[in-house]
Design a protein around this ligand. Structure first.
Ligand SMILES: *Cc1c(COP(=O)(O)O)cnc(C)c1O
Length: 385
């Protein structure tokens, strides 16, 4: 097992984030298998969902992935440095100020309006550059993309005028995580009208959850993100992916408190028994959301219960409000020798990402992309055989 350390000095960091690149690669291969006959790309926007594009992209390349999607041009430039030959699509399209950067880095913009098509065509043809691009069509999310009718009209015009050379037409599902939602089928039917018109162009509809819908939703290229990183793609059933991320917090003080005393800001939590408290050096400034507090935040009314940690085989509840740099856990039931390990798991094999996210009233995506820069980051990977 090779261990690469990044981020904060491991001797000093209050939290450590361990990213299992072998699990990531296994998840990609699993999704590639489920995507067949489509080919499987990888979505590495937002610094590979917060996990580090510099480590994630090489691991995916080694697994056989050669197509990547990012949101912003600078993310594409970063990915291009690591993957000189890969196809890299920029989901957020082009504007006046980004068009040159995208063209120079050989990135493929997903053009989301007729204005963007004109901008890209004008920029590239005046410089003798390839007008390769992807075209985005909105089939029901009202986020990015041309309307279906505009897309079909553009197809007719493009055949005669050859404005751009589309390599891919794509759309995005709004409700793929709810397999029975009627919008899935409506979006599928709208997108099929587009792919029938663009019959000589590759097509792509499915994100992680779309891959699990399978069948007609797969088209030619799939675009998983969250499932690669071990998150649950759908709201139903067990998560078939391997966990990739473990977050542990360093215990920096243990204290004994009496029944009836209160914990943290607002004195919102009153102890119901004599309690041993572990104070850990991770708080909301590290992306451990305050909304996961055990008491004293209005969101508590909608989220299930506050965060839980895990140490020495015991699940330990969080106490009171999460503060900027510190959080408190009830470790009364943990054996002393287990406490000596010095670290409480906040996310990982025992506290699934999606459970930690749910306890904060959010989703795995937001928890991952919010993980802050103060952690020690450890990347583990078996040596190449
Ligand atoms: C983020 C994103 C994806 C990846 O979605 P996941 O749910 O993380 O698999 C795919 N396509 C588009 C357009 C996206 O914005």
């Amino acid at each position: 097992m090779t261990l690469v350390q990044r981020g904060s000095d491991p001797r000093l960091a209050g939290g450590r984030l361990t990213i299992d690149l072998d699990a990531l690669a296994a998840n990609w291969r699993d999704l590639a298998e489920r995507s067949k006959p489509a080919r499987c790309a990888a979505v590495v926007k937002a610094n590979a969902y917060g996990l580090g594009v510099e480590q994630v992209v090489p691991a995916l390349l080694a697994a056989g992935c050669d197509t990547f999607f990012v949101a912003l041009p600078q993310e594409g430039v970063a990915a291009r440095k690591i993957a000189p030959k890969a196809e890299i699509f920029v989901l957020n399209g082009v504007h006046e100020q980004s068009v040159a950067t995208i063209a120079e880095a050989g990135l493929i913009p997903v053009l989301n309006s007729l204005e963007q098509i004109e901008l890209w065509a004008g920029h590239c043809s005046s410089r003798g550059l390839n007008v390769a691009c992807a075209l985005g069509v909105d089939t029901g999310m009202n986020r990015l993309g041309l309307a279906v009718a505009d897309m079909l009209a553009f197809r007719t015009r493009n055949v005669s005028e050859h404005v751009v050379s589309p390599l891919l037409v794509m759309s995005h599902l709004a409700c793929a995580d709810q397999p029975d939602h009627p919008l899935n089928r409506l979006q599928l039917e709208s997108f099929q009208r587009v792919t029938e018109a663009f019959d000589d162009v590759e097509s792509s509809l499915a994100n992680s959850a779309g891959i699990l819908l399978g069948g007609k939703y797969l088209f030619g290229v799939t675009r998983p993100g969250i499932a690669l990183y071990g998150g649950a793609a759908t709201l139903e059933g067990a998560n078939p992916m391997r966990p990739v991320v473990t977050l542990e917090a360093r215990i920096i003080q243990l204290r004994e408190a009496r029944k009836g005393e209160t914990v943290s800001y607002g004195a919102a939590e009153t102890l119901e028994r004599a309690t041993k408290i572990a104070v850990v050096a991770v708080g909301y400034a590290d992306g451990y959301p305050r909304s996961g507090s055990s008491a004293g935040v209005p969101l508590r009314k909608v989220a299930s219960a506050g965060q839980r940690g895990w140490i020495g085989g015991v699940t330990v509840p969080l106490l009171g409000r999460i503060t900027m740099d510190l959080s408190m856990f009830d470790v009364t039931d943990v054996a002393d020798d287990a406490l000596e390990s010095g670290w409480i798991e906040l996310i990982g094999p025992n506290i699934p990402l999606d459970e930690a996210a749910g306890s904060a009233g959010t989703i795995g995506y937001e928890l991952l992309t919010g993980l802050g820069p103060r952690y020690e980051r450890r990347y583990i990977q078996a040596p190449e055989s």
